[in-house]
Write a protein of this length. Structure first.
Length: 318
């Protein structure tokens, strides 16, 4: 989940191989195609973007490129609205299936859980918004990580578990054996250089798992690496390093502040100030939830501890 501006983006389609393409937009979308015996082009989406309007533009772009198409399924990396917000539209419009991992499927079907997770209770109305809550969408197929699924002749997908940014998120690796090429759609397991520099503190559900997933990404062998947000690269090592630096710098800031015991809100205010962030409601909730995740991971790692004094939870460095 990466906060983006309201400026309209025109989707642009890049062909990676004859059968694998990427729609570059606020959220990058994978497109897998093959020709059916009828001559019609079969299409699989990897994610759909923010909303119905975005998905409609993507579908129009695909029809302009391939003509009459049959949309088979949307393969969803995770349930954040900027990745699955167009799922419901595509399902209604084309009759396609929706695929997801088990944990993300539950959240897609009951999206109020996502804003509740961020808020820590029944959410305030200001964050019951399409930005945090996609339209509910039934999931037709649960896929499992490491499972190989044939999408077409010599076209295969395999999911790689990347928890941390979210609960049961997965990267989708697509192998085009006709071309001998593999594309790794990495969702929000990593951010592009242009994005990480603009949004240094990114939403995390679990900091420690996110770091482990970054190491897993570094070991993925592919010809193309497509982050959920940002520019595609053909060499992943430098991007992994930049994302890790961003996480470790935020952790170092928290440790620096916790020389003196502080409440969660005092830690949040201090980290926001050090990053020159003026918190609005959505940022307060998202960055606040992320800071709580840092505190949990750092406490589990034995770097910090807490006490409850005068009805306040105080965090301090060990």
């Amino acid at each position: 989940m990466t906060k983006t501006s309201g400026t309209a983006h025109v989707p642009h389609l890049t062909r990676l191989t004859e059968h694998i393409s990427c729609i570059e937009n606020k959220t990058n979308i994978g497109i897998i195609t093959y020709t059916e015996s009828s001559g019609k082009t079969a299409v699989f989406f990897i994610d759909t973007g923010n909303d119905a309007e975005t998905a409609k533009a993507e579908l129009s772009l695909i029809k302009e490129t391939w003509g009459d198409v049959s949309v088979k399924a949307v393969i969803t990396t995770h349930s954040h609205a900027d990745h699955c917000g167009g799922n419901s539209f595509l399902k209604k419009e084309t009759g396609c299936e929706i695929w997801a991992t088990k944990g993300e499927a539950a959240l897609m079907e009951v999206p109020v859980l996502q804003s509740s997770l961020v808020y820590g209770g029944s959410p305030i109305k200001e964050i019951k918004s399409p930005y945090l809550m996609a339209e509910p969408c039934p999931v037709d197929r649960i896929f499992f990580c490491a499972e190989e699924v044939a999408l077409g002749e010599n076209l295969f997908m395999r999911a790689v578990s990347l928890p941390g940014h979210y609960i049961d998120m997965a990267a989708i690796l697509v192998e085009d054996r006709n071309a001998g090429k593999t594309a790794a759609f990495l969702a929000d397991g990593i951010s592009g250089r242009n994005v990480i520099k603009r949004y240094w503190i990114q939403y995390l559900y679990d900091e420690e798992l996110f770091k482990q997933s970054l190491f897993r990404i570094k070991d993925i062998a592919a010809d193309f690496y497509i982050p959920g947000h940002g520019d595609m690269v053909t060499d992943i090592e430098g991007l992994v390093e930049l994302n890790m630096i961003a996480v470790l710098e935020t952790e170092a800031m928290i440790l620096d502040e916790l020389v003196t015991p502080l409440t969660f809100e005092e830690v949040l205010a201090a980290v926001a100030a050090r990053n020159s962030i003026s918190l609005k409601v959505s940022q307060y909730e998202l960055i606040g939830s992320t800071i709580r995740s840092y505190l949990s991971s750092m406490q589990a790692a034995g770097k910090i501890c807490y006490t409850v004094e005068n009805n306040r939870m105080l965090w301090k460095r060990i």
